[in-house]
Design a protein. Sequence first.
Length: 276
Amino acid sequence: MRRDVRGRVVLVTGASRGIGRRAAVRLAKLGAVLALTARSAGDLAALVSELKALGAHAEAFPGDLTVPADRERIVAETVAKFGRLDALINCAGVCSFGEFSTSSEEIVRKVLEVNFFAPVELTRVAAPHLTRSYEGGWCPAVVNVASICGRWGIPSMSEHCASKHAFVAITEALRGEFQRFGIDVLLVLPGLVRSDDLNRHLLRNDGKIHLNFEGAQPSDEVADAVVRSLLKNRTEKAVGFASWWVWFGKRFFPRVVRFFMQRKVWKYAKREKTKR
């Protein structure tokens, strides 16, 4: 199957930076009509201006997706502006890098609110409009950008893994449920992604394993996978070697993956001990 997005209305969350921004640029070049949302109104406006200068059709709908009224408004304004909604790409998210023992209920709830409840409830609001797109003769889709953390728990990322496991699980459940409405539900699993602004993306940064944020996979690589997943209707895509290795290893060599995860903790603890 090849999905043609020319003239189709695509709502992209987290569009002000990172994966969402880069996915929006790629979709604009393919002729999609873009509804872009994020909390940063200024960054969204700048992106829309850039896309319009290239001849693309795009509008900004800033808002906080953790607020129910904002979710309703963003979808309603998108449909009022463009007349329909054909695809939803859930890119928005945050991360917490640190051990569970030094975390708090506030951090756990914040991560789950942004990474799980917000995109899930946005999907609920968007679903009736996506169904109408199917009834109109197209193949609507929801693309959920989760993480390989949703397939295997990573030490020092407990809250992030919990939110992504939940997101992956509901993606798989909705994939079956939404078939009756003609909506495809697709999953993208990046590994560690290089952030445009790490301090804004991380709620905390005191983990007890080594993660090379500067050497992480670029957002462009993930954005390419997001767009290809939409175009080619890929059910699930692990992006990058590290993500693919964990994805493949869990299926065939789970004890090996478990050993390497524990080894990262041991190595960090050993280095910390030698510094004292």
